[in-house]
Design a protein around this ligand. Structure first.
Ligand SMILES: [Zn+2]
Length: 185
């Protein structure tokens, strides 16, 4: 197994809609193995294929009961509301309180092509909705209202600037202003 680099916000691959999987073959099985390793290394509890730059509709997850995968997943029913402080490996270091449905019914296929049907709630339901969003090119900040999204984008920008351009203790606002030329898409 080998691990991938996880794509982060700003990478266009995270904004594209992934294509359905037609063939479950050896290369897809290897991709899944490598995604599982990447998820554990991160560490995270879920990872969608676009997060490693692969535009296929599948994701892996582990809620503490071992690694699982679903191909061509689809939510067929959802209900209720649940508030959760949600983060994302592709938006590292930050999280936001987001309301989403509390229960979901997810269907799809396993790697043998068998039908899967999962009715889950709370954290696992949250994870499924989050990963399906990735397959549709949607990041969690798009689930915020417009004011909260503006604040979130500023926080992301500030954090990315702090990483690529640490401000020396002696430097003042001039340095901060120069940094604003680095934009998120
Ligand atoms: Zn994510």
């Amino acid at each position: 197994m080998a691990s991938y680099d996880i794509r982060v916000i700003g990478d266009p691959v995270l904004r594209q809609k992934a294509r359905g999987v037609n063939d479950i073959d050896g290369s897809l099985v290897r991709l899944v193995d490598d995604m599982i390793e990447t998820m554990y290394e991160a560490p995270g509890i879920g990872l969608a294929a676009p997060q490693v730059g692969v535009q296929k509709r599948l994701f892996v997850w582990d809620m503490g009961e071992g690694p699982r995968v679903i191909v061509n997943p689809e939510i067929v029913e959802s209900d209720g509301e649940w508030l959760y402080d949600e983060g994302c490996l592709s938006v590292p270091g930050l999280s936001w309180e987001i309301i989403r449905p509390k229960t979901v019914h997810l269907v799809g296929r396993d790697l043998d092509g068998n039908e899967m049907s999962l009715e889950v709630d709370e954290l696992e339901a949250r994870l499924f909705q989050h990963e399906i969003d990735h397959l549709d090119g949607t990041l969690l900040i798009e689930r915020l209202d417009s004011d909260a999204r503006k604040t979130a984008l500023k926080a992301i920008r500030d954090l990315q600037l702090a990483e690529v351009m640490p401000v020396p203790p002696s430097a003042g606002p001039a340095n901060t202003r120069a940094g604003q030329d680095l934009r998120l898409p």
